[in-house]
Design a binder for this molecule. Structure first.
Ligand code: GN1
Ligand code: MG
Length: 341
């Protein structure tokens, strides 16, 4: 790996003695550059923060400070690895114009697909328990780390804008994909109608299955991770992104179109996990909104992947030029399967 010029400054800011060869790239998130720091006696996660995607790091600090102050972490059945404050008490460290942060490392397994309904059940329980742990916090105290992040109406507009501005030729399969997503107006209307009926809660807002760490034997959840999008949202967002990434029989990057199906047993297990925790706490309407969540979150990811492809791949990291196009196609096949389930 290239020489990491920022390590000395990190060591100074956190009173550490990390050496170059103790740092390696880690995980497969699409947004930040994540490193594992292995000092032998202790492991940490170090992230070079993506300021292109998250333009308001101070809002994330605000939200994380609320969590540090107001969530009883001891009572949570898993770890919430919030950033470790530096010597100045700040959650972010600015080194050479770049934001970095350090957080505890949690051992276990991060997966892109679950293999059993029981694993699905455990994931749903954990994310519902997370929502519950912040149910006493005024949703207005959270700031939007990405404005309009799950606003389906806005994402629909952004897709139309991308289509208008694109340098790509919209023909053939791309045209089919664009037409499919533009036809999802009904979901956009349903999104608007739910808005008036549901309370805002503290939600994780990025509950894709690899944002959770299972114990190595999958007997429990060790941690809920990727905490940048924690903000006010609807319960169905968190249920929905689980549906999108758990119920699908193929991962988000799969191109085995014929194998992309919705697994009803895993869906039912998700529902069971969520309801077991939320029963008597979530409102009747929140419970009723859950099935909409799966379709809505799949649709919004399709909008976003496709818009990014049309924009020239400026948001998500990609391994090849057509990857966002393929991701959008994957979500289209899944959305159809969920609509037929
Ligand atoms: C991004 O950071 P990561 O890879 O967990 C994205 C999510 C998408 C997801 C799709 C801040 O999540 O919204 O659902 O990719 N996060 C952000 O894989 O845009
Ligand atoms: Mg992630």
């Amino acid at each position: 790996m290239q020489k990491l010029f920022w390590i000395d400054e990190i060591n100074r800011l956190y009173l550490l003695q990390i050496k170059q060869d103790q740092v390696s790239l880690f995980g497969d998130g699409h947004i930040h550059k994540t490193y594992l720091v292995d000092m032998g006696y202790e492991k940490l996660i170090l992230q070079q923060f993506n300021q292109q995607v998250f333009k308001y790091p101070e809002r994330i600090s605000n939200n994380h400070k609320i969590l540090l102050d107001q969530i009883n972490q001891e009572a949570l059945p898993f770890i919430l690895p919030l950033p470790i404050p530096n010597q100045q008490g700040e959650l972010f460290s600015l080194v050479d114009g770049q934001y970095f942060r350090l957080s505890p490392f949690v051992a276990g397994k991060c997966v892109n697909e679950v293999t059993s309904p029981h694993q699905a059940y455990l994931a749903a329980k954990a994310f519902a328990e997370f929502i519950l742990s912040g149910i006493h916090i005024q949703s207005t105290s959270f700031q939007e780390s990405i404005p309009g992040f799950h606003d389906l109406e806005l994402r629909y507009q952004q897709l139309k804008q991308a289509l208008h501005d694109t340098k790509r030729e919209v023909v053939g399969e791309l045209k089919i994909l664009v037409d499919f997503y533009l036809q999802q107006k009904k979901l956009v209307e349903e999104y608007v109608s739910w808005k008036h009926r549901l309370p805002l809660r503290m939600t994780h807002s990025d509950t894709k299955i690899n944002n959770l760490i299972y114990a190595n034997d999958f007997s429990k959840v060790n941690a809920v991770i990727d905490l940048d999008t924690i903000m006010a949202g609807y319960v169905y967002y968190d249920f929905g992104d689980l549906v999108r990434t758990v119920v699908c029989t193929e991962g988000e990057s799969s191109q085995n179109w014929g194998n992309i199906k919705a697994d009803k047993a895993k869906y039912d297990a998700l529902l069971q996990g969520f309801l077991e925790v939320g029963e008597g706490i979530f409102t009747e309407e929140e419970m009723q909104s859950l099935p909409f969540g799966g379709q809505m979150m799949t649709c919004i990811m399709g909008f976003r992947f496709l818009a990014d492809y049309l924009d020239g791949n400026v948001y998500y990291s990609i391994h090849y030029e057509e990857q966002n196009f393929h991701r959008a196609k994957n979500q289209m096949v899944l959305l159809k399967a969920l609509q037929d389930m």
